[in-house]
Write a protein that binds this ligand. Structure first.
Ligand code: PEP
Ligand code: MG
Length: 756
């Protein structure tokens, strides 16, 4: 008999039992009979979790007196091992297995062969279904598959309290596992508490057994078509290239999406009587089990891809589309995702979004920059989070310590609350620095400005007492819009921003789109196949070619700045002529406005971002045209090290305090001083205290940073003697054997300057 036919036969009979009005225990007793008979097995038993122990709930073939008596801890004996590892065991000789544990009350000594499968609910074992035989023989694949399908049906019945009493079902399906800790990389520091919400919600399967198999088959066909279409579109548009999900992932998606084996297995599961949803999940469970047996990190990565895809298929087939953002957050939330784009994060209600945990992520990925600006702590590179976190779980996120506690114990929650209170106290000391000007110990005024991108960010200016906005990322408006923001809309935003800034300066950066800031409506066909979007047709490169775009933005900025100074800078300038060309576009628009007799800005100051290393070699050519230079260390480091800033595998590889970067910055700073160029730093680096200390030591006097860092940086500035740190930096950078991070730490420690 085929696996499908065997499973189908069992399912039909189970269906009848469920439809009957028997008591829960009587149903379980029938279920073991049915399975035992169908698989021609002398023994069939069901163990279920009760009070964290696996308890024998029903058996055919073992001593009935053992029912509700035999109990096994998770990890104990064969059943405990199956539950612990959520894996199938198929043994010709049970006693030969190292985990075998003999329980005399069951009378199982005469049985040799043993096969058991976990009963899984929400990726956790809530019980074990097993069969035993007198003859030593391994069960065949068809039998194991029939058992696994049955276990799936059982889990649904348990969840619906058809097989156990309501109270037991609740115990089985809720919080049955205790506290667990996840570690990762602190991408945005801070503390947060909330309930887990998956960005891509897991589909809940309401019906496991199908009423009409043919209809289910059609549903799966249609869903596969739709999914393949989606994947093809993604590959074509490379729009998916947010964060680390690049080419490789897409190719794997494509491979799985077109994998005949996968669709065939799902169809077979439908043949056995399952609904489309249950069939997809059923096949997924089996794949998970297989993959677990192969201990290979590369395969584990691919497994994630398949999980994503299976979840996508499930969402299509069930019509449960949309991310968690579209459903709205109902309570304080810790968002869980593999990775996110900045626009996706911005879709969430910032009042309820308290923290983010990503499987991937890197410090300078734009989603992380956005989260930092929103004041939302982010833990990244939290491998294996799917095995630990379930939708709705309570989570304490401690990004300062680079970890998250899932389902915390009472005492853990109390300790966390105490730390939370302390951190709020610390915040209060920073807030107290709001009106204190950041003078160094030696009396130099350091400019501390904020990076912003949204209208809402402007509230940080009065809150932090920063000196202005050193970088306004105008592309954020483009990222959060479904369509291209027209000039009028841009003008309105810039006006609002300037108004909110009052008499403090704002430096607008013209759009920097491309790289990890893909905007579907601005792509053109030739850009779709970019292999390296970060080094591709982005920022000023795109803006100079799509002149209409830059013109509209220039007009909007000029008009918004009427009667005041417009500070504007261009991203990704690689050669001086690009800067000149962009400046010309502005000057032409200015002339146009003049002709129109519009009110003009009092002055225009043009700046370039230094983020492409080539520009550092051309500062002398650039200087005469330039009013200021702003070093974008995020891109600069990615290009200096040739290390994709959004690739999580490289997130920890290179240090901002490496001599390569610092020597480079030292050269640029000296050159800028020589050429009398006004200089600042606006990358994430400047918002970290140790790094900021190094930058001051190199001669940087203006930092534009994430708003949350203003307080800590002001506190630092007030403790620093510039001549002292400059001479130390000089010495260290001359000596290639010096570890700069350690030296800076030690330097700060000796002076009791807090740098963490
Ligand atoms: C940078 O590259 O350092 C920078 C400030 O710009 P962005 O992070 O927006 O690329
Ligand atoms: Mg940049």
């Amino acid at each position: 008999m085929s696996a499908a036919a065997a499973a189908r036969q069992i399912l039909t009979r189970l269906h009848e039992v469920m439809a009957s009005r028997m008591h829960a225990q009587a149903k379980l007793d029938r279920v073991v009979e049915i399975i035992g008979e169908s698989l021609d097995s002398e023994v069939c038993s069901i163990y279920l979790l009760r009070e964290a122990m696996l308890e024998l709930f029903a058996t055919r073939g073992l001593n009935q007196s053992a029912v509700h008596v035999t109990r096994m801890a998770i990890g104990e004996g064969l059943t405990g091992t199956i539950a612990e590892n959520v894996e199938t065991l198929n043994l010709a000789e049970a006693k030969a297995h190292p985990d075998f544990l003999y329980r005399p009350e069951t009378g199982e000594e005469k049985f040799h062969s043993f096969a058991g499968v976990p009963i899984v609910y929400r990726e956790r074992a809530v019980g074990v279904l097993c069969v035993q035989h007198v003859e030593p023989r391994r069960y065949e694949d068809v039998e194991i598959e029939a058992l696994q399908t049955t276990a799936m049906v059982l889990s649904e019945m348990i969840a619906n309290a058809e097989l156990v009493d309501e109270g037991e079902a609740r115990e089985l399906t809720q919080g049955q596992t205790g506290m667990q800790t996840l570690t990762g990389l602190a991408l945005v520091k801070g503390l947060a508490a909330g309930h887990a919400v998956f960005h891509q919600p897991r589909v809940t399967i309401d019906q496991v057994m199908a009423d009409d198999t043919e209809a289910e088959r059609q549903r799966v066909y249609r869903a596969f078509d739709k999914m393949r279409e989606q994947i093809d579109n993604m590959t074509n548009q490379a729009e998916f290239g947010v964060g680390g999900e690049h080419e490789e992932v897409l190719q794997t998606y494509k491979m799985f999406a077109y994998d005949e084996g996968w669709s065939r297995r799902i169809n077979e599961a439908i043949d056995s009587g399952l609904t489309a949803e249950a069939a997809i999940e059923r096949v997924q469970q089996r794949t998970r089990m297989r993959m677990r047996e192969i201990d290979d990190p590369l395969l584990a990565d691919r497994m994630h891809d398949l999980e994503d895809l299976a979840n996508r298929l499930l969402r299509i087939v069930s019509g449960q589309l949309g991310t968690a953002a579209s459903q709205g957050l109902r309570r304080e939330t810790i968002l869980i995702a593999r990775n996110l784009g900045p626009a996706e994060l911005l879709e969430y209600d910032s009042r309820r979004l308290k923290g983010v945990i990503l499987e991937e992520g890197s410090l300078t990925a734009h989603v992380v920059i956005v989260a930092r600006a929103m004041g939302v702590p982010v833990l990244g590179r939290a491998a294996g989070l799917r095995g630990v976190i379930r939708e709705g779980d309570e989570i304490l996120l401690d990004a300062d310590a680079a970890l998250a506690t899932v389902r915390p114990s009472q005492s853990m929650a109390e300790a966390f609350d105490a730390r939370f209170a302390k951190s709020r106290e610390k915040q209060a000391t920073y807030a107290a620095l709001r009106d204190v000007e950041p003078f160094t110990r030696c009396g130099t005024r350091i400019q501390v400005m904020i990076n912003a991108g949204l209208r809402d960010d402007m509230s940080s200016l009065p809150l932090t007492g920063a000196d202005g906005v050193g970088l306004f990322r105008t592309e954020f408006q483009f990222l959060v819009s479904a369509t291209l923001p027209q000039r009028e809309r841009q003008l309105r935003l810039y006006r609002d921003v300037l108004e909110a800034a009052g008499d403090k300066p704002v430096t607008f950066r013209t759009v920097d789109i491309g790289g990890d800031k893909a905007v579907p409506y601005l792509r053109d066909d030739s850009a779709m196949e970019e292999e390296n979007p970060a080094m591709g047709w982005r920022a000023l490169r795109m803006a100079l070619e799509r002149e209409g775009l830059l013109k509209a933005q220039a007009r909007a900025l000029l008009e918004a700045s009427s009667g005041r100074t417009l500070n504007v800078m261009f991203p990704m300038v690689s050669e001086p002529w690009e800067f000149a060309a962009a400046k010309t576009v502005f000057e032409e628009q200015l002339a146009f406005l003049k002709k129109q007799k519009k009110m003009l800005p009092e002055a225009i100051r043009y700046g370039a971002m230094l983020e492409v290393p080539s520009l550092a070699e051309m500062l002398d050519a650039l200087a005469p045209q330039l009013d200021f230079l702003s070093i974008g260390t995020n891109d600069l480091t990615q290009f200096l090290f040739a290390a994709d800033r959004s690739n999580p595998k490289l997130a920890e590889r290179y240090d901002w305090l490496s001599p390569a970067i610092l020597r480079f910055l030292q050269r640029v700073t000296r050159e800028a001083i020589r050429l009398d160029i006004e200089l600042g730093v606006c990358g994430e680096m400047g918002g970290r205290r140790l790094e900021a200390l190094a930058l001051m030591g190199l001669g940087i006097r203006r930092l534009s940073i994430t708003p949350a860092a203003v307080g800590p940086i002001k506190e630092l500035v007030r403790k620093v003697d510039l001549a002292e740190i400059a001479s130390a930096m000089d010495d260290w950078l001359r000596d290639p054997s010096v570890n700069l991070r350690e030296s800076l730490m030690e330097w700060a420690k000796q002076r009791e300057i807090e740098v963490e």
